[in-house]
Design a protein around this ligand. Structure first.
Ligand SMILES: [Zn+2]
Length: 290
């Protein structure tokens, strides 16, 4: 069972190891590389089901929200288990593309700080205000906030955030999709033409579902159903641009959601994992049902 219990955190190496174990154990889970991180780590998608409708979930876009990676991986495992046991899990109608670890370099940085011998050690320390404590770091390893990278109101978000260079959060990069992790998500999304997407963040127990009136009419009610499934709140958000779900809604005019899992101060403690998963599973199951 995918868990974080025996881990002191959850690094990309833990993710890669568990992906290997899951694909070996369940023939129904296929691993597909969709690109590479700045440091050359493979960005691995896990694919389940063979239905005609392609849908997507991603997690760990923000470095210090890395707990969302094992949460999504646990869900992938539960689906594979259910499918093997012949239980109905909605995978006959859809093909589910998950990318549980979008920001592997950042997730490791947020937990271990600057790796020994790192070529960008000096820059990273400066971007972090001289501190060696990276627990609040959200960006990728180049100090770009991946959820401010997408081409939907990118300039507006840049003005709002006011970050002029690499930083722990809020810097959208020199131009949209300058970072390989964000570019890989866009490439995958355009290729597969997902009919709906969902992105996992922490925290707040909220679900965001709109973008500048570009969302389809059914999005609000859909968000209400997702929220009800997990005891979360559906929230109509204003004053936000350039996120993955913003871009997806803008480009495809289909349902896109950001789910803020759990409650507390990021990074959420591993002790919360099981409780977070319990609330999240019915939300993700409802998303698959559509
Ligand atoms: Zn986030």
């Amino acid at each position: 069972m995918v868990t974080v219990k025996n881990f002191n955190g959850y690094r990309n190496a833990d993710y890669v190891k568990q992906v290997r174990e899951l694909t070996r154990r369940y023939p129904g889970i296929r691993a597909r590389p969709i690109g590479q991180s700045v440091l050359g780590e493979p960005l691995l998608a896990l694919v389940l089901g063979a239905g005609p409708e392609a849908i997507h979930m991603n997690a760990a876009v923000h470095a210090n929200e890395w707990i969302t990676a094992p949460l999504l991986l646990r869900f992938v495992e539960r689906l594979a288990e259910a499918r093997e046991a012949g239980e109905a899990c909605g995978l006959d109608a859809v093909t589910l593309w998950t990318v549980p670890m979008v920001n592997p370099d950042g997730a490791d940085l947020a937990q271990d700080g600057i790796p020994p011998g790192c070529a960008r050690a000096e820059e990273l320390a400066a971007w972090n205000g001289g501190s060696g404590d990276f627990r609040r770091w959200k960006a990728n390893i180049r100090g770009v906030d991946l959820n401010d990278q997408f081409p939907a109101g990118w300039e507006l978000e840049r003005e709002r955030r006011g970050a002029s260079g690499p930083a722990p959060q809020d810097y959208g990069g020199p131009h949209p999709l300058s970072e390989p992790e964000a570019a890989a998500l866009v490439r995958l999304t355009r290729e597969m033409r997902f009919s709906r997407v969902l992105s996992l963040h922490t925290q707040g127990k909220e679900i965001y579902w709109n973008y500048r009136e570009r969302e389809p009419r059914e999005a609000e009610a859909f968000a209400g159903r997702l929220a009800a499934a997990g005891g979360y709140r559906a929230v109509k958000l204003t004053g936000s641009d350039a996120g993955y779900k913003d871009w997806f809604i803008d480009e495809f005019r289909r349902p896109g959601f950001t789910v803020e899992v759990g409650e507390g101060v990021n990074p959420l403690p591993l002790e919360d994992f099981e409780e977070m998963y319990k609330e999240l599973e019915p939300i993700l199951a409802e998303f698959i049902r559509g």
